[in-house]
Ligand binder design. Sequence first.
Ligand code: ADP
Ligand code: MG
Length: 474
Amino acid sequence: MATGWGSLLQDEQQLEELARQAVDRALAEGVLLRTSQAPSSSDVVSYAPFTLFPSRVPSALLEQAYAVQADFNLLVDAVSQNAVFLEQTLSSTIKRDSFTARLFDIHKQVLKEGIAQTVFLGLNRSDYMFQCNPDGSTALKQIEINTISASFGGLASRTPAVHRHVLSILGKTKEAAKILSNNPSKGLAMGIAKAWELYGSVNAQVLLIAQEKERNIFDQRVIENELLARNIHVIRRRFEDVSEKGSLDQDRRLFMDGQEVAVVYFRDGYMPSHYSLQNWEARLLLERSCAVKCPDIATQLAGTKKVQQELSRVGVLESLLPGQPQAVARLRATFAGLYSLDLGEEGDQAITKAIAAPSCFVLKPQREGGGNNLYGEEMVQALGRLKDSEERASYILMEKIEPEPFRNCLLRPGSPARVVQCISELGIFGVYVREGKTLVMNKHVGHLLRTKAIEHADGGVAAGVAVLDNPYPV
Ligand code: ADP
Ligand code: MG
């Protein structure tokens, strides 16, 4: 993948002028974040970091990622309903990872009492990188699937206009027209609206579980606005509010401030730091209710890295999706090498391989949100420390994907425009709704391209590493 914008990236003066215009357009389009100085306030905001140019993505890989999304939706839904698989898969991990153990505990409690909700809603994002093979070909390889709080569907709908603007300034009308329109948030809102409708109470609301300090609020607002346009009201509350003012009636209907809740949409609750004791109790209350949770606790567990690793074992996809060999083949084609670190010979071999070739592997704990994985020398040291301990079962090992770097210019508030060697990560948003045993919606609803300088091994946009981008299909 050559960069395509080669000569443009060399003219510093032109880049600066283009950057100024791009930033103004981004602000006008609403590509916004709150600032790290005032993350609870919208008084002063800035633009979300983005690339000056769209980045080349092979059309075939983009199409492949779209084509496999409905399969991933089915798979996540199947895992979430398979209590035996979840228990077997997570049994070693929960012995040593207290966060996963806590989630699993709630899952068990809900199962024991009986699941009250009858409608299920999945809003997920499957992320990929483009592996560059020795023969020069590229392959789509999944990094992970996010089943909780998958973000940037709102801002991703606003960035195509910015890149079209930049290319139009340069007189590149044909190129501008190649940038795909994209509106994930509309599809995400449609999923929430469908779940709300099936819940079947016209006065019930959507409860968005929000963080107090939320820099990415404008991304969430796009979804809220779409819902309000359909006359569905969204209330934003924190876990703390739920423990103070949330309650269940005898039918386990959920009420917040006296108002019935049809759908709970989590944009919080995916990291240990999101939970105090009180917040865990609030989560349990929500999970026990008959409101549609997005995601319910089992679906959150289905998104753990340990589950991802077990799914790659021979025969597992076949047993979870019986009679669907084509879906299984599409899914498997996107899997990179994934290795269990459970105590035993298989895990020992994986550790030996990783220590012998550190640049080929990534060590991952059961965490979300970026910045948790270990690479290179750090990984080797961690593996040395973990080798003889049960704690290693709370990690997985993954083959490191090596995309071909290309040049683009990164724009961030407060920093000069920077032309650097980059790699991209493509996300596809998926939505499904199930009522009882019947799947009533299963589709892909848009994409997200994030790009980062190659010197950063890890981290997303929220972590301040990656920036928003658009695929330029080639
Ligand atoms: P998180 O849940 O924290 O987002 P990810 O699995 O998405 O965890 O990893 C975070 C980042 O680390 C990714 O966005 C990607 O940049 C990098 N990364 C993760 N897995 C790999 C891999 N197998 N090969 C190369 N880079 C990876
Ligand atoms: Mg990720």
